[in-house]
Design a protein around this ligand. Structure first.
Ligand code: PEP
Length: 304
């Protein structure tokens, strides 16, 4: 991870249905670069995304929030944590989460709210004071047929309403194996770039589809290569300033063990972490041995 200034952590819960590798609910935490203090010449940014089973009950959500609230993580001055639960738990999480962590929705509708039964509008999120939204996750692209253009429209509308967006891009295994990775992520990014002019509130999440929930993490070199390509694309097609300031985070089987090496890559500005948020590791302190949530290690990887 390139040290560019200071970072923020962001996390969110996500509801998964039917995956064998993941329980029904997931918690994601993201950690990413924030604005750069004048006194710091460079800053690091990490985006960590944790997945935690919540089994859909309020009790389990509350338990997870308690774990998060108790986590000894990097100073909130350096890291922003955003938690993204399924829509139905957003108010509960928002009201019980520690005040230095924030919340994100997992999706929102593509345009002004209206007769779109079952959808949640950007206006509703704004009304509930939900600052972040995740858009274009590969599961929505693949399972719900969201095209690049549709995701671009969603990002543009959400940004126009003042929401901060985590925009996901990433290639399938087939696309990677055919050498189309750069082409695919560039096209996904272009569809966004064609529709927005201000990138201040956009974080790009590179999530190779083959790495999500599979335990098959991209190597640090693979992640760095795509992040660097994305940054070059932004430089060439948007501006040098946007390329330099936009946070590009990695998602796909990140865990406490691999997060440090990934975080050390100059263009990896953070993580989206799914399954690892469910895991714990034994405490180093054998006397007061308790299992520690793995998200703490991942968040703190941002500060190495
Ligand atoms: C995800 O669901 O977006 C994700 C990155 O999950 P995991 O960390 O389990 O691969």
């Amino acid at each position: 991870m390139r040290l560019r200034g200071w970072c923020k952590i962001q996390g969110y819960w996500d509801a998964y249905r039917g995956g064998t590798h993941r329980p029904e609910g997931v918690l994601r935490l993201g950690l990413h670069r924030g604005s750069k203090p004048a006194s710091i010449s460079e800053f690091r940014s990490v985006f960590v995304n944790f997945v935690v089973g919540i089994n859909g009950t309020g009790e389990e959500v509350t338990k997870l929030v308690t774990t998060l609230n108790d986590g000894k993580v990097t100073s909130p001055d350096a890291v922003e944590v955003v938690v993204s639960p399924p829509f139905v738990f957003l108010p509960l999480v928002k009201s019980s989460l520690r005040s230095d962590f924030h919340v994100a929705a997992q999706n929102c509708w593509v345009k002004k709210g209206g007769a779109y039964t079952g959808e949640i509008s950007a206006e509703m999120l704004v009304n509930l004071d939900i600052p972040w939204v995740i858009l274009g996750h590969s599961e929505r692209r693949a399972l719900l047929g969201e095209s690049n253009e549709f995701v671009g429209d969603k990002v543009a509308y959400a940004v126009s309403k003042g929401l901060k967006v985590i925009a996901c891009v990433g290639e399938t295994l087939e696309q990677r194996e055919s050498g189309a990775t750069t082409e695919v992520v560039s096209a996904q990014t272009k569809a966004i770039a064609d529709r927005i002019s201000d990138w201040t509130n956009v974080v790009v999440a590179y999530e190779p589809v083959w790495a999500i929930g599979t335990g098959k993490v991209a190597t640090p070199a693979q992640a760095q290569e795509v992040h660097s390509e994305l940054r070059k694309w932004l430089q060439k097609n948007v501006s040098a300033e946007v390329a330099e300031s936009t946070r590009i985070i990695y998602g796909g089987s990140v865990n406490g063990a691999n997060s440090k090496e990934l975080a050390a890559q100059p263009d990896v500005d953070g993580f989206l972490v799914g399954g690892a948020s469910l895991k714990t590791r034994p405490c180093d302190d054998l006397v007061n041995s308790v299992d520690l949530p793995e998200f703490v290690d991942i968040i703190n990887a941002a500060t190495v």
